[in-house]
Design a protein around this ligand. Structure first.
Ligand SMILES: Nc1ncnc2c1ncn2[C@@H]1O[C@H](COP(=O)(O)OP(=O)(O)O)[C@@H](O)[C@H]1O
Ligand SMILES: O=C(O)[C@@H](O)C(=O)COP(=O)(O)O
Length: 412
């Protein structure tokens, strides 16, 4: 059984949706569960909010997830991080990978954020988003993990304890046995991690076969789809769509695509900007936002509350309030608003942004989720296991411009 440790909630639903689509019976858990899993499944995805936590905390949470997965029958482990390798020189991808390797008594793994279906490809160890390098893609302006280098070997070397090598494209296309030989060579030369080139899905297909006996695999969701394909041949699972119900959209992502999606949605529905200064100074701000949302719940399209701003405005806000203070205040406001709306009877939540989605779902506090139909690659509808609630957790840069209305048009 495959045990996945995802460093945020959008990332968790991203990988879970690809596993389900490729035939694995998969359940997504909200944090590390207390009890034992009763259901019979092929894969368990644990959603953490560990991407931007202090390193020590991220390691602690990830090890707790690993231990729970081991107890619940997982035999191979996947550390899922962002396809844009969201991290800083401190971590958390390197230190968490090291801690998981040590705990599993392993000394080698791969680094594969590639997700070609969403334009994330790797060539000569450089990560591309669409046709540009990661550090030119808009990710250099990310509010929490600005990515200013696209070289995965350098990024990993800065934050991990071992050395990072490369399995280049020319070697990958020679097939899985050759990739395994490359791993063995790198290991012998003292490397602890291998970045593996993948410019399209065929390299991920090869790589999935080359890691069949690797205890710990790390990467985005692209490789996981092929690992699932090689485990189950042709099994199909019926994915659900959500029932129509009171719906709200909460967007705390400043990613390039979310900015476009918010702009698109402003033409169609009621939208309200969430003002950081009011989050910090006005005691009844959540109540004010709540009343505004309630007033628009019967509109044709659901109301959207957004903190989303373009890079120049983000910079100004961060200079004025401090990046950490601003992002925490926004996250907390979204979390409280979501809880208030759930208590009022909102059943369908669409959230944009990894950190934002993670805090909202943690606040709502469901045990876990069943995985439904994808709205866009990597963004499925989810159904809470223990409440009649549907959620769509949209990664910052996923989906097309019309995502928010498209998601609602799937409701039946
Ligand atoms: N207007 C804003 N000013 C300052 N920080 C913001 C603003 N809007 C969003 N943020 C913060 O930026 C972070 C965005 O991260 P996240 O939700 O993971 O989005 P993404 O998926 O695009 O990375 C959150 O911590 C959020 O609170
Ligand atoms: O791999 C990905 O790109 C996503 O699954 C993911 O982790 C996105 O994170 P956010 O952009 O922070 O939502």
């Amino acid at each position: 059984m495959l045990g996945v440790i995802a460093d945020d909630f959008t990332g968790a639903s991203d990988i879970a949706s690809f596993l389900v689509e490729n035939g694995l019976r998969t359940v997504q858990m909200n944090g590390v569960p207390n009890g034992v899993l009763e259901e019979e499944v092929d894969a368990i995805v644990i959603s953490l909010k560990s991407r931007s936590n202090p390193v020590k905390e991220a390691i602690q949470q990830s090890l707790a997830a690993l231990h729970w997965l081991q107890k619940n029958g997982a035999t191979q482990f996947y550390f899922k991080y962002c396809s844009t390798f969201d991290s800083t020189a401190e971590g958390n991808i390197g230190p968490v990978t090291d801690a998981l390797l040590d705990e599993l008594k392993e000394d080698f793994t791969i680094i594969t954020p590639a997700l070609p279906v969403n334009g994330r490809t790797i060539f000569n160890g450089y990560l591309f988003v669409g046709q540009v390098l990661l550090n030119e893609s808009g990710m250099q302006n990310h509010p929490i993990t600005p990515m200013t280098d696209a070289n995965l070997l350098r990024l990993m070397d800065r934050q991990a304890k071992g050395k990072t090598g490369l399995v280049p494209y020319a070697e990958v296309i020679k097939g899985a046995e050759n990739v395994k030989r490359c791993f063995a060579q790198l290991k012998q030369q003292g490397y602890r991690y291998a970045v593996v080139d993948a410019v399209d899905n065929s390299q991920l297909d090869v790589l999935a076969q080359a890691v069949d006996d690797m205890k710990l695999v790390t990467g985005g969701s692209g490789l996981a789809a092929y690992m699932a394909q090689h485990q189950v041949q042709g099994k199909q699972h019926q994915a659900f769509v959500p029932a129509k119900g009171k719906t709200v959209i909460l967007s705390g992502s400043c990613s390039v695509m979310t900015n476009k999606q918010v702009a698109d949605y402003q033409q169609k529905a009621a939208t309200k900007w969430l003002d950081v200064s009011q989050c910090l100074s006005q005691d009844n701000y959540v109540e004010e936002l709540f009343s505004w949302v309630v007033a628009h719940l019967n509109d044709q399209y659901a109301p959207l509350v957004y903190a989303t701003v373009p890079p120049e405005q983000l910079k100004q806000i961060q200079q004025q309030f401090g990046a950490d203070t601003a992002s925490k205040a926004i996250e907390e406001t979204f979390a409280q608003l979501a809880a208030r709306l759930r208590d009022y009877g909102v059943t369908n939540f669409i959230t944009a942004g990894g950190e934002t989605s993670s805090i909202v779902v943690q606040q709502l506090g469901f045990k876990g989720f069943r995985i439904g139909k994808q709205i866009a690659p990597g963004v499925p509808w989810l159904a809470a296991l223990d409440a009649p609630i549907y959620l769509a957790l949209k990664s910052g840069n996923f989906g097309k411009e019309g995502f928010f209305s498209q998601a609602q048009e799937m409701m039946q």
